[in-house]
Write a protein that binds this ligand. Structure first.
Ligand SMILES: [Zn+2]
Length: 136
């Protein structure tokens, strides 16, 4: 991670490694990317809230989810203050990295080709999210 950002949820790497599923650890703590089209959350259409798989913070409301056709769960807007961003120049591309504001876990990237009203596409890794359906 490029920044000196401080997060309210900080743990030794060994703890993250123990607590997270290997796929989630790979994304959240090692900036990995899940293979496109593999997340069950791509097809999740119920009302509810998407939480950070690392610390449980509420990140996205189901109302901001849309079908981008990218193969990753996509949203046009995070909950207020839920995520932070950093400049990512890896893989010979210039992208904006998105992470959980509380634990710093890597979630995905944001691109300027999303729908209105924001025009943004938050391209998220499903393994970095946990969906909680709204209680009836
Ligand atoms: Zn988190």
């Amino acid at each position: 991670m490029a920044s000196e950002e401080k997060f309210s949820v900080e743990k030794p790497e060994a703890d993250w490694r123990r607590e997270l599923a290997p796929e989630a650890y790979q994304v959240l703590r090692s900036h990995g990317t899940e293979p496109a089209g593999t997340s069950p959350l791509n097809a999740e259409k119920r009302a509810g809230v998407f939480h950070c798989a690392g610390c449980g913070k509420e990140l996205f409301d189901s109302g901001s989810k849309y079908e981008s056709g990218s193969g990753w769960p996509s949203f046009y807007q995070p909950k207020p203050g839920a995520v932070g961003t950093s400049d990512d120049q890896s893989h010979f591309m210039r992208r904006t990295e998105v992470h959980c504001a509380d634990c710093g876990g890597h979630l995905g990237h944001v691109f300027p080709d999303g729908p209105q009203p924001t025009g943004l596409r938050y391209c998220m890794n499903g393994v970095a999210l946990k969906f909680e359906p709204k209680k009836p």
